[in-house]
Design a protein around this ligand. Sequence first.
Ligand code: NDP
Length: 253
Amino acid sequence: MTAAPDLTGRIAIVTGASRGIGYFIAKQMAAAGAHVVAVARTVGGLEELDDEIKAERARTGKGDATLVPLDLTDMGGVDRLGGAIHERWGRLDILVANAGVLGTISPIGHVEAKVFDKVMAVNVTSTWRLIRSVDPLLRLSDAGRAIIISSGAAHSARAFWGPYAASKAAVEALMRSWAHETESLPLRVNAVDPGATRTAMRAQAMPGENPETLPHPTEVAERILPLASSGLTQTGMIFQAKHNRWVSYQQPA
Ligand code: NDP
């Protein structure tokens, strides 16, 4: 287990914080001292997270949360989120773009147009819109950190996972372009392949699999947290949480 970085006083957005990997990243970032802006649609999940963060705060005096119930396909809402953070804090230190959907697992020719569009809207367009909304705020941080949650599917492009694989390849391309644009700044921009993790999305993808054979999202979140540390040097790379290693598909820009 890697030691959690000290995130005291850091302002962090975590999308998809109502359950799964995002929930535990948000919880652990708050425990490390961050003020987490927790985004998702399910208010119950966000409130449960808030209860856990407040209980930890009562014990240790560290961490806090602001809940933002938002459908990330509401692009105006994504724009307003950046504006609200600017007004309240004047900067953003950490972005974890984690929210995602799987779509359906089926041959490409059988994918319904509305399913394809939804996967692209949530996984790609809203991620771009969020990047656009908070890029100026991350540049105002002394050590801005952006963590884009991708998937091994971006590279394996396994049969029947077409829309999801394409969406993750697209966000990795966005991540790399953004990293090139910002490489001379303190801002560090990377992607994460969490590896198969015991969540609702994985159960949807692999209904026959025994979830107990997979790592719990709290373990995966622990491996991802160091990417938010001020000491991180990597940018434009992909961190494979399962193997605890960095890989790069960078070509010279
Ligand atoms: P879950 O399905 O457990 O959680 C997905 C999260 O995304 C939820 O909090 C959900 O919140 C949020 N979300 C989905 N759609 C929207 C939306 N329109 N607006 C706002 N929030 C939304 O998935 P995981 O935790 O498994 O996945 C997290 C990330 O990890 C994803 O990007 C996924 O692609 C990636 N990943 C997961 C792997 C795994 O094995 N689990 C493997 C590789 C990558 P709500 O429904 O409340 O809005």
